[in-house]
Design a protein around this ligand. Structure first.
Ligand code: ADP
Ligand code: MG
Length: 392
């Protein structure tokens, strides 16, 4: 049965309690703000009226995405649905919060928000002073964990790096004027950004400061669709190094948590972009599509079958995230959606037309497939999963 998540009545989860998936897919609906407030409704209309998205938190359907000129409705299942009243903390508790213990014990995890420009990705990942986002909440929790460790547990060191991928070029956000950095892969397939600064941090304030200066260095560009939309993908990586007490079984582990604030995607015609901006848009979409393709492949791969081909190499972003997206890691996607008229998605063919436009439904289908095959979730998604999003 749907489980209530926190205070918000518009939030619920359909994932059974205690079940941990390699891939978690959540959706978060942004409230309407300012001039758009009179549009307040649970029925969200957007994208030239081609798509009507209905959030139905009172039923188990969780999310329904219907393309009007098709006779068939498409429905997608999410592990967690966060309504308009949801707070970053609620989102944190049911997503990243469940991965921190793994990171502490040496596993890798990746979390990102995925959605159109203006749908709330930065709000969710970075947040602000009053409503800190997943990045800050994750760090806070890691430090809380470190402090609660006993001396006999060994020693923990926490470091972090912060970079952006802009136009398929990597820049260090922790240095004043970063040059383009190279992505290297050693013979074992470990990915490393050469020259990237990694700073040891000892409390939350350190990270807050790093985020603040780093964010000010990010490439933002005003487009017609959104006043300050980020043109780059920002990746905060938190490394947790654990060295056990010296002795016969002394060992050390390195856990990594990558938190990604993705750039949005908007159509060229709507944003009035040309030249450089148009090129940025093309590169952003290239990375997002590559990411979606990796997630799709992973959803398939974690279904107990042999690990299939995961197309990491198609963009800088996916090469960079390779470790945190691979077999033994945990991945969480928070799809952000909004009904505000200015929040648009990519123009895709109707069969691809989903919430954010990036075959998101298919991603979710794969996630469902993984769960179905693992026998831990609602198997129907897996059964229905073909090349098309599942119809449940
Ligand atoms: P994106 O990063 O996806 O382009 P933003 O996170 O910048 O979008 O959100 C656009 C605007 O909407 C910002 O002013 C942000 O503060 C606001 N916003 C987004 N999500 C929420 C939310 N859940 N609650 C309140 N305000 C939000
Ligand atoms: Mg943003």
């Amino acid at each position: 049965a749907p489980r209530s998540a926190g205070r918000s009545s518009k939030t619920f989860s359909i994932a059974p309690e205690g079940v941990e998936h390699a891939l978690t897919v959540a959706v978060r609906v942004r409230p309407l703000i300012g001039a758009n407030q009179d549009e307040r409704s649970d029925i969200l209309r957007e994208m030239d009226k081609k798509v009507v998205v209905v959030l139905d938190p009172d039923s188990e359907k969780s999310y329904l995405d219907s393309v009007q000129h098709r006779s068939k409705e498409k429905r997608y299942t999410f592990d967690v649905v966060f309504g308009k009243q949801s707070t970053n903390e609620e989102v944190y508790d049911l997503t990243v919060g469940r991965m921190v213990a793994d990171v502490m014990s040496g596993r890798s995890a990746t979390v990102f928000a995925y959605g159109a420009t203006g749908s709330g990705k930065t709000h969710t990942m970075v947040g602000n002073e009053h409503d800190p986002g997943l990045m800050v909440l994750a760090v806070t929790s890691i430090f809380r964990n470190v402090r609660s460790m006993k001396q006999t547990d060994g020693e923990y060191t926490v470091s972090c790096s912060y970079l952006e991928v802009y136009n398929e070029v990597i820049y260090d956000l922790l240095v004043q004027k970063s040059t383009a950095l190279d992505l290297r892969e050693d013979p074992n397939g470990n990915v490393k950004v050469s020259g990237l600064r990694s700073l040891e941090v000892s409390d939350v304030k350190d990270i807050m400061k790093l985020l603040e200066t780093g964010n000010a260095r990010r490439k933002t560009e005003s487009t017609k669709a959104n006043a300050t939309s980020s043109r780059s993908h920002a990746v905060l990586e938190i490394q947790v190094n654990h060295a056990s007490r010296p002795g016969v079984h002394a060992q050390s582990t390195l856990g990594k948590l990558a938190l990604v604030d993705l750039a949005g995607s908007e159509r060229a015609a709507e944003t009035g972009n040309a030249g450089q901006k148009l090129r940025d848009g093309a590169n952003i979409n290239k990375s997002l599509l590559a990411l979606a393709n990796c997630i799709n492949a992973l959803g398939k791969a974690t279904g107990g079958r042999s690990l299939g081909y995961v197309p990491y190499r198609h963009s800088k972003l996916t090469r960079l995230l390779k470790d945190g997206l691979s077999g033994n890691s945990r991945t969480c996607m928070v799809a952000t959606v909004s009904c505000a008229a200015h929040v648009r998605s990519l123009p895709l063919r109707p069969e691809q037309c989903t919430i954010s436009g990036h075959r998101l439904g298919q991603c979710c289908g794969r996630a469902g497939a993984a769960r179905g095959a693992l026998g831990t979730g609602r198997g129907t998604a897996g059964d229905a999963c073909g090349s098309d999003p599942p119809v449940i």
